[in-house]
Design a protein around this ligand. Structure first.
Ligand code: SAH
Ligand code: SF4
Ligand code: F3S
Length: 456
């Protein structure tokens, strides 16, 4: 593996020579989850090493990358629209166009690209991201179209350059792939089987981040609590070890799977003062019958018991979740079970999705698909419930003092700063620029659905 990365560094050097003094720029558009965001940071790292500089002006860019997601359907039309827009720019500027990520692991998508968008230069998959320098070199030298997608399980490549999006928070991927095959989900097909990074590599990366001044780390994986560092080293061990790293003040992780949430992890969350006490615990459905059809391998009762157990073991723990409405065969009664769990758990945050059929998954072949209007109607009812709960929960913050990691200036108001509480709520407040990247205490004075207002 190491040799392969060394080889890529040689390509990066060669390209940097070719690009010398040309002031070339790149733009990147990332879809999907935090894992994809983290992949994009590596893509940016490679592009910078090749002599391209980041720009938000896609139309001016000499290199454009789309890093795609295919977890739900609506992404496809959006992507094809964007690629279509690139045709003229390519003709006029000679922009290099690379499309990568999860969607490129789907054969029907790549076929469509070849047929309808033959001007795309590089198509790369989730297992060949590290070869972008080599692919780029071939484009620059020969101007041949490259398709570099493999279907086998990827290896783990350490040591790629990385250009991070943020100066105070950083994501660290701890494992790749997924073995769970939830019946609605495409991820195991496009990301391959689970493979964990070595604990020493992860810890070194986080120590380096701490030395660079990063305060908050999010550990990423599709199923972090089945992390396997070898020799019995588990996710809980990793939490303890990250907790010891000086300079890091907050540790988050996404996503754990309820079926693998064992006592050692609960104890680690309790023991480790830096580990955030908001736990993302994907529910998907509150109906035991639907959960079985989804292959989630827990029941409604087991989920609620897990929440209760954590509440007893971890003071002030709160939860966020993912929910899918309109899975095939979901009856009104099943949906009410979902609402029931939402009422009982009282989540801080709910990411809600309308079920979307994915080619190649088991659920796509199920006969009892739910009509669109029923899905939407249920989605709206869930949304109304969630919003009313968030409003109630927000009120509880008023008058309390919260520790907030200051992230920067508010996007909507230059004169205000923004940060997040431990429970991941956005807080807006007046303050000095030198507070950025520090943890401060704020009194919460009012709530506004999607954010809280604070005072020093
Ligand atoms: N591995 C993570 C999440 C992966 S995808 C986990 O298991 O929690 C993020 C979310 O997208 C999922 O939690 C699920 O709620 C949603 N999702 C996945 N496939 C979907 C589909 N076909 N239709 C709608 N939502 C989907
Ligand atoms: Fe998809 Fe399930 Fe794996 Fe999450 S755990 S990525 S939902 S298959
Ligand atoms: Fe999407 Fe791939 Fe993430 S399908 S949700 S970008 S793993």
């Amino acid at each position: 593996m190491k040799n392969e990365i060394e080889e890529q560094y040689k390509y990066m050097e060669k390209i940097a020579k070719i690009n010398e003094d040309k002031q070339l720029t790149y733009a990147i558009y990332t879809m999907g989850c935090q894992l994809n965001e983290n992949d994009s940071e590596k893509i940016c790292g490679m592009l910078e090493n090749m002599g391209y500089h980041k720009t938000d002006e896609v139309k001016q860019a000499d290199f454009v990358v789309f890093n795609t997601c295919c977890v739900r359907e609506n992404a496809e039309d959006k992507l094809f629209g964007k690629i279509g827009e690139m045709k003229r720019q390519k003709e006029e500027r000679g922009t290099i166009l690379a499309i990568g990520g999860c969607m490129m692991q789907e054969k029907h998508i790549v076929d469509k690209l070849h047929k309808s968008y033959p001007f795309v230069d590089i198509i790369f998959g989730t297992h060949t991201l590290h070869k972008l320098p080599e692919d780029t070199y071939h484009i620059l030298e020969k101007r041949n179209k490259i398709e570099d997608v493999i279907d086998i399980d990827g290896q783990i490549y350490e040591g790629l350059p990385i250009k991070r999006n943020d100066n105070s928070k950083a994501s660290v991927t701890i494992m790749y792939g997924c073995n769970n095959f939830c019946t609605y989900c495409i991820v195991p097909y496009v990301r391959g089987r689970e493979r964990s990074r070595k604990p020493s590599d992860i810890l070194q990366e986080i120590k380096d981040l701490a030395n660079e001044g990063y305060k908050e780390i999010t550990l990423l994986g599709q199923n972090v609590n089945s992390y396997d560092g070898g020799d019995g080293y588990k996710f809980s061990n990793l939490l303890y070890d990250v907790n010891k790293i000086e300079g890091i003040e907050k540790i988050r992780f996404v996503s754990p799977h309820p079926k693998d949430f064992k006592d050692d992890v609960i104890k680690a969350i309790y023991d480790c003062d830096k580990v955030s006490k908001i736990i993302h615990l994907p529910l998907q459905s509150g109906s035991t019958k639907v959960l079985k059809e989804m292959n989630r391998r827990y029941t409604k009762e087991q989920y609620l018991e897990l929440v209760e157990k954590m509440r007893k073991s971890i003071p002030n723990v709160v939860f966020s979740t993912d929910i899918i409405v309109g899975f095939p065969g979901e009856t009104e009664e099943d949906f009410e079970d979902t609402l029931d769990v939402v009422k009982k758990v009282n989540f801080e945050q709910v990411f809600m999705f309308i079920y979307s059929r994915r080619v190649g998954t088991v659920a796509d072949k199920m006969e009892n698909q739910i009509p669109e209007e029923v899905k939407h109607e249920r989605f709206d009812r869930l949304k109304a419930l969630v919003e009313s709960q968030i409003e109630e929960n927000n009120k509880k913050y008023i008058g309390t003092v919260q520790k907030v990691l200051v992230e920067g200036k508010s996007k909507n108001n230059e004169n205000m700063l923004t940060g997040r509480t431990d429970s991941n709520k956005v807080v807006i407040f007046e303050g000095k620029e030198e507070w950025i990247n520090k943890v401060i205490e704020l009194k919460i004075v009012s709530e506004h659905m999607w954010y809280l207002k604070g005072e020093i």
